[in-house]
Design a protein around this ligand. Structure first.
Ligand code: GLN
Length: 346
């Protein structure tokens, strides 16, 4: 016979059982089960080290602005953040240099071109936006610091504030990209030629390769999303990752440019600011409510995770997350997690 539980332990157990059986967890498990068998897409191999990823990995996480989380599948599997780093570096550049100085070097227009296109605005010579490689390298150039190690340290500390723990660079992926990133080097030198970046171009490319090689999990990406949803403050640690005034800058470019050349399709179907990376990660933000982190390595032809996109489309549909959704009468995703915050209860 089991020993009777004390009131507190019993409450905790009941709480855990309730959490385990929450409708949101069930929905995430269902969506995971729906997309796990999808075998479309190809794991990125143009950075040789990325080809080592298991195509079956699939993790899904949601973190709310009051710090609750639901995680399913391979949510603890680490992978490299890749282009999901770009909006965060844009944020650091904004904090370091101010809006005017940053916008002098990078625009906010979607390109409709591939993420690694070698294209600058013909009139201003600016890269189109901070979410394509050219714009990301231009924003990395604006990250302050006395030398490369100092800039890398500041970059890692910033990521750490978003995810709520120290982060590290995957040296294998970093070295792999560093030795094969000729196209990114060409983009960097082209911008130097046009005076769009400073002459510390090799350091800046190194910083860019390292920012792309930071290791995260799907849960970490949901924390990044929740931090942006929460006005720049990590909802678990309470630490500010980004000045409030710049949150809208990041969310705007994520909304219009975050999913590369399928940004229009994404906005139409999901309607959330988001950013994907060739490691298979996606972060999506429901402002004021929650962050979603998705991870699965096989990519579609635009470089977005096939299962990640599918799962997000489904999540947005079931919970009416599209920002332009009106009159949605289905389940309230935040209320599902925390009945006190349910729709209409203030
Ligand atoms: N590090 C990658 C590159 O520059 C990032 C690209 C991506 O995730 N789309 O090619």
């Amino acid at each position: 016979m089991s020993t009777p539980k004390s009131g507190n332990a019993l409450d905790a157990l009941l709480g855990r059982m309730k959490a385990a059986a929450s409708p949101l967890r069930e929905a995430l498990l269902e969506i995971h089960g729906q997309y796990a068998p999808v075998m479309d897409g190809v794991v990125a191999s143009y950075i040789p080290e990325l080809a080592l990823a298991d195509p079956n990995w699939f993790g899904l996480s949601v973190v709310t602005v009051d710090g609750q989380s639901v995680d399913v599948g391979d949510h603890q599997q680490t992978f490299t953040i890749q282009s999901v780093s770009k909006p965060l570096i844009f944020g650091l550049a904004l904090e370091d240099q101010g809006r005017e100085a940053v916008l002098a070097k990078v625009g906010v227009e979607p390109t409709g071109e591939a993420f690694n296109s070698i294209e600058l605005d013909e009139v201003s010579n600016r890269p189109y936006n901070p979410m394509v490689n050219a714009g990301a390298i231009a924003t990395a150039d604006l990250v302050a610091g006395k030398d490369l190690p100092d800039r890398v340290k500041r970059m890692l500390a910033m990521f750490g504030r978003y995810v709520g723990h120290p982060v590290h660079v995957d040296n294998g992926v970093y070295m792999s990209e560093r030795s094969t990133g000729h196209r990114n080097r060409a983009i960097g030198h082209l911008m130097l030629n046009f005076g769009m970046i400073s002459d510390r171009v090799d350091d800046t490319l190194d910083l860019y390769f390292q920012q792309c090689s930071v290791l995260v999990t799907a849960h970490d990406l949901a924390m990044v999303g929740a931090t942006l949803a929460n006005g720049g403050v990590n909802p678990v640690t309470g630490e500010r990752a980004l000045r409030q005034e710049f949150v809208r800058d990041l969310l705007s470019v994520m909304y219009t440019c975050g999913m590369y050349d399928s940004a229009g399709q994404w906005v139409y179907e999901v309607g959330l600011p988001a950013k994907s990376g060739v490691g298979g990660g996606i972060v999506a933000v429901v402002p004021g409510k929650l962050g979603i982190g998705l991870f699965s390595p096989p990519l579609d032809s635009k470089g977005n995770s096939v299962r990640g996109v599918g799962a997000c489309v489904e999540l947005a549909r079931r919970f009416g997350l599209h920002l332009f959704e009106s009159g949605f009468t289905g389940p309230d995703i935040v209320g599902e997690l925390n009945p006190r915050r349910a729709r209409g209860s203030g």
